[in-house]
Design a protein around this ligand. Structure first.
Ligand code: ZN
Ligand code: FE
Length: 255
């Protein structure tokens, strides 16, 4: 079934996307880290902002909420309890009724402990958890927690369209090619996405299917990646959490 609404990226800061969902003049925004660019887009498109979905407490995802609340006094703000400005706290398993869709809440701790993802109509809005060809840094949780969250997302239908909150794809692909150099999909993605970025176009959304086949953080037990990790660490990997944790640490230092 085709989605009952359209989705457009609104650029914020250096590399954030605020995802703007709309139907019939009504809009929902995911992760408005700043209000001004979103507000401009709403005015330009003649949209009324009805609701906001927040994935986690970092300012580049929720910093625009207070100002948006001044423009839109009836605004409903769904997100983790404890995030400033949230009017409707959300948690694992909740179904959020938006005016044109129903969003299922998936708890994905790791990047932060409060991190949520929102699934609706074959789409996933996943903030800083799953990126195109990468994943978020583990700031508050443990690598085991982050891995469990990524595996939860990996079990969604493969055709799911993935909408992360950052345009990190090219740097993620450079790392992915170091960890999994013989994966032909990575070379394909790099040339396609470089040409998109040269034209200032987003590399997103991606699909779960493509990520399952080429995102190293969803594939850390594949033989080529295990070989690269073993060579780098100078010891065999003991299990998936160990491999994921080493891969994430490698990426943190990768330039
Ligand atoms: Zn973040
Ligand atoms: Fe972020």
């Amino acid at each position: 079934m085709p989605a009952m609404f359209t989705v457009a990226p609104v650029e914020a800061f250096n590399d954030n996307y605020i995802w703007l969902l709309q139907r019939d003049g009504v809009a929902v925004a995911v992760d408005p880290g700043e209000a001004a660019p979103l507000q401009r887009e709403l005015v330009a498109r003649g949209l009324r902002l009805d609701a906001v979905l927040i994935t986690h407490h970092h300012a580049d995802h929720c910093g625009g909420v207070a100002e948006l609340g001044r423009h839109w006094p009836d605004l409903r703000v769904h997100g983790p309890a404890g995030v400033a400005g949230v009017t409707h706290p959300a948690a694992e398993g909740d179904d959020i009724e938006l005016s044109f869709a129903r969003a299922r809440v998936i708890a994905v701790p790791g990047h932060t402990l409060d991190h949520l993802a929102y699934q609706m109509d074959g789409m996933l809005f996943c903030g800083d958890t799953l990126f195109a060809a990468g994943c978020g840094r583990v700031f508050e949780g443990t690598p085991a927690q982050m891995l469990a969250s990524l595996k939860k997302l990996a079990r969604l239908p493969p055709e799911t369209k993935i909408f992360p909150a950052h345009e990190y794809t090219l740097s993620n692909l450079r790392f992915a090619l170091a960890a999994d150099p013989a994966n032909p999909l990575l070379a394909m993605r790099q040339s396609r996405d470089q040409s998109l970025r040269e034209r200032n176009l987003p590399t997103l959304p991606t699909t779960l299917q493509l990520e399952l086949a080429s995102n190293p953080f969803l594939r850390c037990l594949t033989p080529d990646i295990l070989r690269a990790l073993t060579a780098r660490e100078g010891r065999p990997m003991t299990d998936e959490t160990d491999a994921f944790s080493c891969l994430r640490a490698w990426k943190n230092d990768f330039r």
